[in-house]
Design a binder for this molecule. Structure first.
Ligand SMILES: [Cu+2]
Length: 334
């Protein structure tokens, strides 16, 4: 009941406001004023408000940019990442220049060209030269942006260093498994039909392929050596996932049924990055950036960039998958 009364009160208030406006209008017309028709004074104040609005907008934007400083990602920690940051910076510069000029003009012109007494509209139907400029200049700018972007894409996914350390990243709902290629640096064959979670064969390793006998399957932290090209071969079990390394500015989709590749060379160890960021809890991340299901948000794993010696020591502590499963029987039987 009270709710209904509130609605009625609101409706009455709206009607009241309209009636008051009507009374104001009628009384103004009696006094000889043209209500609802902008005069020079209105045009001046509206134009000025446009100008004030755009300056406030720029001020707010600059304040936002100032406010997020230090909250962004730390410096790029890979060779690809440095190029990626350059590409982004290049794009931002172009976007900012165009944004500030066009937005300013959008609001400045209504102020400058506001209607005043005795002004006449300028008839300006067509200008070939102007059209040529606004077609050719953006075309060239876009071509440069695309070519520059493609050069980065080539760096991420082009022919990898033949000596690159091979690591398979196998994504599933909702984690990543890493498989290291072992001493031969060759990843053994896999088949999704051989996946056996109970036996720990989460990537479907095929025991008939000798190249896989020394492969190491790890869960949890993914270790990689610094200043060494790493080739990630990525797979997905059931739906599309993403392999995204924000600190290395590198990513690729994991697609069921095919293998995608991405590579980079990490240039800053985890320990060095802890000093750079002055954060003793800093860690690099591997995250999924394709919404792959309700547990998507949990798909994040640490990446540890070791010095070559630390990496060797860590690797020596790992055991090949088959060695773990058969206590060396399989390797001995060949
Ligand atoms: Cu995912």
């Amino acid at each position: 009941m009270i709710k209904l009364l509130v609605y009625v009160a609101i409706a009455l208030a709206i009607i009241l406001i309209f009636q008051l406006m009507r009374i104001y209008q009628l009384s103004a017309e009696v006094k000889g004023k043209h209500v609802g028709k902008a005069d020079d004074k209105d045009n001046r104040s509206q134009g000025l408000m446009m100008l004030i609005f755009v300056l406030a907008l720029f001020g707010a934007l600059i304040w936002c940019l100032y406010d997020v400083r230090g909250k962004l990602l730390p410096p790029a920690a890979s060779d690809v990442g440095v190029t990626s940051d350059n590409v982004f910076f290049f794009n931002w510069v172009i976007i900012f220049i165009v944004f500030f000029i066009t937005t300013f003009m959008l609001f400045y012109f209504p102020y400058k060209y506001k209607k005043q007494k005795d002004t006449k509209a300028f008839f300006f139907p067509h200008n070939d030269k102007l059209e040529l400029i606004w077609t050719v200049v953006p075309s060239i700018a876009l071509a440069v942006i695309i070519i520059y972007g493609l050069s980065l894409w080539g760096k991420m996914t082009g022919t990898p260093d033949p000596k690159a350390v091979k690591i398979q990243i196998y994504a599933k709902q909702y984690d990543f498994t890493a498989r290291y290629a072992g001493t031969d640096n060759e990843l053994g064959k896999t088949d999704y039909r051989l996946i056996d979670d109970g036996a720990g064969n989460v990537v479907g390793m095929d025991s008939t392929d000798k190249a896989g006998w020394d492969d190491i399957i790890t869960k949890g932290d993914i270790h990689i050596p610094v200043n060494t090209p790493i080739l990630f071969e990525c797979n997905a079990r059931e739906v599309m996932h993403g392999v995204f390394f924000p600190h290395f500015r590198d990513q690729i989709n994991c697609v069921p049924g095919i293998t995608t590749e991405v590579h980079f060379t990490a240039t800053i160890t985890t320990d060095s990055m802890k000093m750079i960021t002055k954060d003793s809890n800093f860690y690099y991340l591997l995250i999924c950036n394709r919404v792959c299901g309700p547990g998507h948000y949990t798909m994040a794993q640490h990446v540890v960039v070791d010095s070559p010696d630390e990496y060797k020591a860590w690797l020596a502590k790992q055991h090949p998958y088959y060695e773990r499963k058969t206590q060396g029987k399989l390797t001995a039987s060949k």
